[in-house]
Design a protein around this ligand. Structure first.
Ligand code: SRM
Ligand code: SF4
Length: 553
């Protein structure tokens, strides 16, 4: 007998379930079984956790709404697509938009009865929410930096082809959200996924070796192009990355992907498909905590995995080539993109696009995108690029930002520009404690502490999450702050700046107000004992957490 979560997928008639019926009832919430299917359509049912306890005391039901996530391969949006998200978030959401750590865009606070209007609005501009969540291949990430470089354009086309290959083929999305009726007489079928889709979410990212801004090693598949003598020789593939874990459960852990094989451009689609099929057939469908491909590879070994992929692919795989990583770019500020055009990377604190007090970020972006009809590129660092601008536009763009109280990247500290937090409270149902709402003030404190030590120029990645699931990728940062209990965090140290090494647990259960106090001696030791221009993460890794613990006392 199948476990209930697998049986539910099988019985859902390719993700239909009773979504259509429930959309037309009066209830404020979807039924529990339906919420699992809704994820495949890009929707999460949530309730306002700030109000949960009070409402319970008053005998009222939780305040339900949904989060809707747009799936945006490579984070690329036309001006119209960006503006429709902006308008829909005002009309149907909580008035904010949130750039995700996988280059998606989220609406929070959408009432059940408005879900369809939001999804229709997105699709009208040729966007989609299908496959943004659920046990399926999620948004395929790629470096967002606009470029007219012939090879980069070509590589992007391959990334798009990989993304397209894994789109759901079922008509259920169209039926439920767009047409209300069957669009095709052809029987539904999912040639890659089958009726039960994948055992768990599946993530793919493409990164150039000179810029790991998408954190390729934290994905189920990382795709790394190899350019030789001005031509695209092929791609090195990484497999088995993933970050989610649970506190106190040693069988769950973050894992970086292994270098796996080298493929020619012609082989890329077939080999990535074979990898997904191996995970489909052998991934754990009983325990969802153990269902990601990283556990399959960890348990059975890379040699076993390779044989299975070769069986599906029908050929031997070529060994991988060495990759020389050169860092990661945050793409903030002005850059040339070719053909006399420029792009501008704008830092968005924790990805939240909102008008708050004097800072009218959302208004400013709307004005810029409408006036200059710029393309918009969302970054895996929760920031945003506007592109296709002329030299003469530069001052005008900066003036719009200034007029709306938005700081330019050059005016922000390194600590702020290199930090990320997940949404956590009040929307995330899994949050143990705060992240997005407390990181900005924590960064204020970090800024002044680093400045006092003469370390303000250091670029140190600081990432915070409200639980151990790892949505802001805290385990691949130099300082990871992971919610442990209400108001307390585990501190992780020693990851590399470019995301090619995981950090290690340093201290457990530190109250929020003590975080800086516990880290200051480490910063002081770094200042005293770093070698030449050694980075903070490399220093912590070289010295080791055991020695650093003695420093903290
Ligand atoms: Fe995540 C679940 C938000 C990137 C690992 N994640 C969730 C949910 C949907 C909570 C839930 O299941 O009820 C969060 C919704 C919160 C909210 O209110 O919006 C949530 N995850 C996010 C986002 C929005 C965080 C952000 O700051 O941007 C990111 C959306 C990306 C996107 O556009 O698709 C997001 N999540 C990630 C990443 C980072 C990445 O993929 O690069 C990870 C770690 C990498 C990985 O997958 O291993 C991540 N999220 C998880 C997990 C743990 C998965 C695991 O293997 O154990 C969960 C929980 C789960 O799946 O059961 C989760
Ligand atoms: Fe929610 Fe945890 Fe992800 Fe933060 S890390 S968004 S608290 S699931």
């Amino acid at each position: 007998m199948k476990p209930p979560h697998e049986q539910a997928k099988e019985d859902s008639r390719y993700l239909r379930g009773t979504i259509m019926e429930e959309l037309s009832n009066e209830k404020a919430l979807f039924e529990r079984e339906t919420t699992q299917l809704l994820k495949f359509h890009g929707i999460y049912q949530q309730d306002d956790r700030d109000q949960r306890v009070l409402r319970r005391k008053q005998g009222e039901a939780p305040l339900y709404s949904v989060m809707v996530r747009s799936k945006i391969p490579g984070g690329r949006l036309t001006a119209k697509q960006y503006l429709v998200h902006d308008a829909l978030s005002n009309q149907y959401g909580n008035g904010t938009l949130r750039i995700t750590t996988r280059q998606g865009l989220q609406f929070h606070g959408v009432l059940k009865q408005n879900t369809k209007a939001v999804i229709r609005g997105i699709n009208r501009e040729l966007g989609t929410t299908s496959g943004a969540c659920g046990d399926i291949v999620r948004n395929v990430m790629g470096c967002p930096a606009p470029s007219n470089d012939r090879l980069k354009v070509k590589v992007y086309e391959y990334a798009k082809a990989v993304s397209d290959q894994f789109l759901a083929r079922s008509q259920s999305y169209h039926e439920i959200w767009l047409n209300g009726e069957k669009v095709s007489k052809v029987e539904d079928n999912e040639p890659i996924y089958g009726k039960t889709y994948l055992p768990r979410k599946f993530k793919i990212a493409l990164a150039f070796p000179d810029d790991n801004c998408v954190d390729a090693y934290t994905n189920d598949i990382g795709i790394v192009p190899e350019i030789k003598a001005g031509t695209l020789a092929g791609f090195n593939l990484l497999v088995g990355g993933g970050l989610g874990m649970s506190h106190g459960s040693a069988e769950t852990f973050p894992r970086l992907a292994d270098l796996f094989c080298f493929v020619t451009p012609e082989e890329l689609l077939a080999v990535t498909k074979a990898i997904v099929l191996v995970q489909r057939d052998f991934g754990d469908r009983v325990s969802r905590k153990h269902a990601r491909m990283k556990y399959l590879i960890h348990d059975r070994g890379l040699d076993w995995f390779r044989k299975e992929v070769e069986t599906w692919y029908g050929k031997k795989l070529a060994p991988h080539h060495p990759i020389k990583w050169k860092g990661y770019e945050n793409h903030l500020g002005w850059h040339e993109e070719g053909n006399g055009k420029f792009y501008f990377g704008i830092s968005i604190e924790n990805g939240r696009i909102a008008d708050m007090g004097q800072v009218k970020l959302k208004t400013a972006l709307r004005e810029i995108v409408s006036q200059f009809q710029t393309l918009v590129f969302l970054m895996a660092t929760q920031d945003l690029i506007i592109s296709n601008l002329k030299q003469d536009d530069k001052n005008l763009v900066e003036n719009i930002l200034r007029r709306n109280g938005v700081q330019l990247p050059s005016e922000l500290s390194n600590a702020r520009k290199h930090s990320m937090a997940c949404p956590a409270l009040p929307t995330c149902g899994l949050a143990i404690t705060e992240a997005e709402r407390v990181l900005p003030s924590l960064i204020d404190e970090f800024e002044s502490a680093l400045e006092k030590l003469g370390l303000a120029q250091e670029t140190i990645t600081i990432r915070m999450t409200g639980c151990p699931n790892g949505c802001a990728r805290p385990y691949s940062s130099e300082i990871g702050l992971v919610g442990r209990a209400v108001g307390t965090y585990n501190i992780y140290l020693g990851g590399s700046f470019d995301g090619t090494r995981l950090n290690k647990l340093f201290l457990e259960g530190v109250p929020k107000d003590d975080l800086l106090k516990r880290l200051t001696p480490v910063f002081q030791e770094f200042k005293r004992k770093r070698i030449a221009s050694e980075r903070f993460g490399d220093f912590c890794n070289r010295v080791g957490v055991e020695i650093l613990l003695k420093v903290v006392g």
